[in-house]
Design a protein around this ligand. Structure first.
Ligand SMILES: [Zn+2]
Ligand SMILES: [Zn+2]
Length: 91
């Protein structure tokens, strides 16, 4: 992990990159360079981090990506959870 200190005005922030190098090949199609990584939270901590190209990633939210293996899991999770904005009255 490489950390860089950046200064914005009088604020100092530390930005750490997790070494997501775009030179890796996408693990789904194996041909295109991976520009994203799966953001699925793993039970043991951390994220799946499977390298994905733009074509093979599924974005569940802005700046998030999921690999083909985790899209079904995400859909399952979505189905179990009430859609945002629908507030069911408590009984
Ligand atoms: Zn791909
Ligand atoms: Zn994944």
């Amino acid at each position: 992990m490489t950390c860089t200190t950046i200064k914005v005005g009088d604020m100092t922030a530390i930005v750490c990159s997790r070494g997501r190098k775009p030179r890796k090949k996408c693990s789904e199609c194996g041909t295109r360079p991976a520009t994203q990584a799966c953001d699925w939270k793993m039970p043991g901590g951390g994220t799946c981090d499977k390298p994905l190209c733009r074509n093979c990633s599924y974005p569940p939210a802005r700046n998030k990506d999921l690999c083909g293996e985790h899209v079904p899991l995400f859909r399952e999770w979505l189905a179990k959870r009430p859609p945002p904005g629908s507030k069911e009255p408590k009984k």
